[in-house]
Design a protein around this ligand. Structure first.
Ligand code: ADP
Ligand code: MG
Length: 652
């Protein structure tokens, strides 16, 4: 004796509402055998739909046992119920519950997607089902372009898609005119004739009369259960329905198809609400664009400074008074003198030593007044600093002794005073406040963004600008001999000067220590960038979360339909997560594009800043935006996946 298909034992169902419990079903005992066609009839509110939803595993009873093919359903979790639903039951609803954005064909395919069937098989199956229901011509129409009767045929095709043993139809003709209603009933009768079990819920006696067994429900209780012995003569609508009796089980989880389905749905819902999607993307795009640009700006200035520093080379040392750059007492120390420079220059491991004295100078030209920075230097300065001569000559020892009016200017100063294409600058005499200066050489400028700089022999700067009692210096630049190991030479110089001064009242920096100090300061900058990045991305993410919450509440009906046709919680979760990630990812790409465009525009306007875009920052930005989608899309997606399918269907 085979197990009966459906067994309900003492089923009770209470709805908990604000004002107490509504008992929708009490002590229902019902057995339905394979191949029966059962009508459940009763007045509105008698509990028919509730009973149907329990049979279809869309709802769990409050009390009692429910068995499908002898299998107890009480212990099954949400996913196992979804699998049972997708394997055994096909639903037909009064209001069709088709997904408006999809074609008839795609709607019919959905159950097969969740059952894990391949695309080709799915497609052929859906097309032949639609054709057999007279809908072959309209397979590519959307529900909005179909009549009620046609939509109901599509939903019947969907119910049959997974070769469901049991078709559950809740008022399938309720919204149809009598002709289309008859067509639908004929189809159901025909399916029954081909061996399917049909349960049809109705309040209409003529509809119930089409079934072999009629169960009357009143106030949640079965009041009669009669067999309709009248042999219904079946009008043979040509119905070559798919004949495989046993539903195919597909263990393999076709992630590609599921992913594709989720992607299609995500894109659909994004295109339905274009403005909303665009604004959400904008939020992410702005965040990403600002982060990528900031990183590029940071990288640009860093690259520039580092190249400056590396120009110094490892064989150049700078000696300053005090204990370090942060030493505020350093200006009081006057022990670093010109005599030190002379002594240092004579050391065997020093190839040159030069002071560097910074001051400002005023130059008058054509009755205009200009301010330039001026450096008092030794003859070795340009060699030590690696500054190239452009025109004229450099200083020699003679210049240092005479301390006359000869000066060297850099290209910036030439451009400021004479213009870019001036040729006969050498020999020109410029007027300062108290002295005249004769240009003997032009060197290249070491930064792009200064008005210009003038170089004087240190003897001249003492005489003309800072005063001749000035015997100490704030910077000595030492170039080491090529043969001297730089670490050893640095220590030797330190010992040498300490012996001269009687104490170590100076500090020595080489390009390495400058680089390190600079890197430390850029670390702070990087932390700042990171903080701004986090803030702007979190703001964008909250926007995404907000929109996703709205999207979920708008699409509760769709979620219910998907669950009714076999979607598991994971499927729903994935669909909404993918949507959130997609929005963020596109926003991320847009933002990166904007950042690049901004960079290009910026570069053409200003030579002062230099932007360096790295692929790493782009990849990190886009990964970050995906992460935001995942993070902020999770709660809305989880909310969606935890919806009760029946509640969800009702809310459509
Ligand atoms: P029918 O389909 O026969 O019209 P239903 O099964 O929909 O009846 O409803 C049975 C009873 O349960 C009704 O009294 C109805 O008001 C109540 N009911 C149905 N759904 C809910 C719900 N979600 N919350 C509270 N009460 C409900
Ligand atoms: Mg109902």
């Amino acid at each position: 004796m085979p197990e009966p298909l459906i067994v309900l034992e003492s089923i009770r169902l209470e709805y908990r509402t604000g004002s107490g419990a509504v008992i929708a079903l009490k002590d229902i005992d019902l057995t339905i055998e394979t191949g029966e066609m059962v009508a459940i009839i009763g007045a509105s509110g008698s509990g028919k739909s509730t009973l149907m939803n329990i049979i279809g595993c869309l709802k769990r009873p409050t009390a009692g046992r429910y068995l499908v093919s002898g299998k107890e359903t009480g212990q099954l979790d949400a996913n196992q119920l979804a699998a049972l639903r997708s394997g055994h039951f096909g639903f037909i609803f009064q209001s069709y519950h088709l997904l408006a954005g999809l074609t008839a064909l795609a709607n019919v395919e959905i159950p097969a997607v969740y059952a894990g069937r391949g695309a080709g098989e799915r497609h052929d199956g859906a097309a032949s089902l639609l054709a057999s229901l007279g809908m072959g011509e309209r397979a590519h129409h959307k529900p909005g372009q179909l009549s009620g009767g046609q939509q109901q045929r599509v939903s019947i095709a969907r119910a049959l898609m997974n070769d469901a043993e049991v078709i559950l139809a809740d008022e399938p003709t309720g919204a149809l005119d009598s002709r289309s209603g008859k067509d639908v009933l004929n189809i159901l009768n025909d399916l029954h004739a081909r061996g399917r079990t049909i349960v049809i819920v109705t309040h209409d006696e003529t509809v119930a009369a089409r079934a072999q067994r009629i169960i009357r429900l009143s106030d949640g209780v079965i009041v009669s259960d009669t067999r309709n012995d009248r042999k219904t003569t079946l009008p043979r609508a040509a119905m070559p329905v798919r004949e495989s009796a046993t539903p195919k089980r597909h263990g393999g989880w076709r992630w590609k198809d599921r992913l594709r389905e989720s992607l299609i749905m995500a894109v659909l819902s994004m295109t339905v609400h274009r403005l909303r999607t665009a604004l959400t993307m904008l939020g992410i795009a702005i965040g990403i664009a600002s982060v990528v640009s900031m990183v590029a700006l940071g990288a640009g200035s860093r690259e520039e400074v580092l190249s400056e520093i590396s120009r110094l080379g490892t064989s150049t040392l700078r000696i300053h008074p005090g204990k370090g750059y942060h030493d505020r007492q350093a200006w009081k120390i006057k022990t670093l003198t010109f005599a030190d420079i002379t002594a240092l220059a004579e050391l065997p491991y020093v190839s040159a030593a030069t002071p560097s004295i910074r001051e400002d100078v005023t130059i008058y030209r054509h009755s205009e007044k200009y301010e330039f920075s001026v450096r008092g230097i030794g003859p070795a300065y340009f060699v030590v600093e690696g500054i190239r001569l452009v025109d004229g000559r450099l200083f020699d020892d003679e210049d240092m002794r005479d301390s006359d009016s000869d000066v060297i200017i850099d290209t910036n100063m030439r451009n400021t005073l004479f213009g870019h294409d001036a040729t006969d600058v050498i020999g020109t005499v410029m007027m300062g406040k108290e002295y005249l200066y004769r240009i003997v050489g032009i060197v290249e400028a070491d930064t792009k963004d200064s008005e210009g700089r003038m170089y004087l022999p240190y003897t001249s700067i003492r005489k003309r600008i800072v005063g001749s009692d000035f015997s100490y210096v704030h910077t000595i630049i030492v170039k080491l001999a090529d043969t001297a190991p730089s670490d050893w030479a640095e220590q030797a110089i330190s010992r040498f000067l300490a012996a001269r001064h009687g104490s170590e009242d100076f500090f020595i920096v080489n390009s390495d220590t400058i680089r390190k100090a600079y890197m430390r300061s850029t670390d702070t900058f990087n932390i700042l960038i990171a903080a701004i990045a986090v803030i702007s991305l979190v703001v964008g993410g909250i926007g995404v979360m907000n929109v996703m919450l709205v999207a979920v509440s708008e699409r509760v009906g769709e979620i219910g339909v998907r669950m009714a046709v076999g979607a598991r919680r994971g499927d729903i979760l994935r669909q909404f997560l993918i949507e959130a990630i997609l929005v963020c990812m596109i926003g991320g790409f847009l933002g990166t594009g904007v950042a690049f465009a901004f960079g290009a525009g910026f570069q053409s306007l200003s030579t002062q800043f230099h932007l360096v875009y790295s692929w790493a920052s782009v990849i990190v930005a886009v990964l970050c935006s995906c992460g935001i989608g995942l993070l902020f899309g999770y709660i809305p997606a989880r909310n969606a996946s935890r919806l009760d399918p029946v509640e969800a269907l009702l809310r459509e």
